[in-house]
Design a protein around this ligand. Structure first.
Ligand SMILES: O=C(CO)[C@@H](O)[C@H](O)COP(=O)(O)O
Length: 226
């Protein structure tokens, strides 16, 4: 589904009921989600474990949504082909995970997926300057990676602005994702700063009405319950 507002909403499965992952995926698709965000954690790059290729492969036949896979794993390169084979349409790798983010992005593209570069709250926007020419999107972590349900870090808004300005300076109009603590209150500020993709875990799967929650992340706050 393409949003008429131009803002993309990517519900993050991390906050869903894993025992009903297929139904949860179908529910956010029916509720107007644009992408499904899938957080892969290794217990090493981040202090938590989530799921891997098996979950993505199992969900792939259940949804037409683009699968937006956020790899919080170090190293990522040995697993890129397996994630594309499992059904990933987009793969984000962390600049901090390395060791060669430029190569990782090249590899993702060569595998036929869209390549995203992700950065943690402590990382300067300049750290990704040398890979922006080969990235298809940028993911700005607005919490420290590893867990859902954390408080949005206001300090990351200036980073979103800076990255948008860097991209504009290069003549590139790439999607900028914000990920962590994004809800109906923080989303408008992210959009104002230049973000175009709202990743929402708790704000979507923790809501009674998924459609209203997704509309709220798009900036249509009038009808949002909860
Ligand atoms: O990558 C991550 C966490 O590491 C995020 O995708 C979270 O899953 C977002 O969850 P909420 O903050 O929206 O609950």
């Amino acid at each position: 589904m393409t949003s008429t507002s131009g803002i993309i909403v990517a519900p993050s499965l991390l906050a869903a009921d894993f025992a009903r992952a297929g139904e949860e995926t179908a529910a956010v698709e029916a509720a107007g989600g644009d992408w499904l965000h899938l957080d892969v954690m290794d217990g090493h790059f981040v202090p938590n474990l989530s799921f891997g290729t098996q979950m993505i492969k199992a969900l792939r036949p259940r949804s037409k949504l683009p699968f937006d896979v956020h790899l919080m794993i170090e190293p990522a390169d040995p697993f890129l082909a397996a994630f594309v084979e499992a059904g990933a349409d987009h793969i984000h790798v962390h600049i901090e995970a390395g060791p060669h983010a430029h190569r990782s992005l090249q590899t993702i593209r060569a595998l036929g997926a869209k390549a995203g570069i992700a950065l943690c709250p402590a990382t300067s926007p300049e750290a990704i300057a040398e890979v922006l020419d080969i990235a298809d999107m940028v993911l700005v972590m607005t919490v420290n990676p590893g867990f859902g349900g954390q408080k949005f870090l206001d300090s990351q808004l200036s980073k979103v602005k800076r990255i948008r300005s860097m991209l504009t300076g290069m003549g590139r109009d790439l999607p900028i994702l914000v990920d962590g603590g994004v809800d109906r209150n923080t989303a408008p500020r992210c959009i104002e700063a230049g973000a175009t993709v709202m990743v929402g875990g708790t704000s979507v799967f923790g809501a009674g009405d998924y459609a209203a929650a997704i509309a709220g992340l798009r900036g249509r706050s009038g009808s949002v319950a909860g």
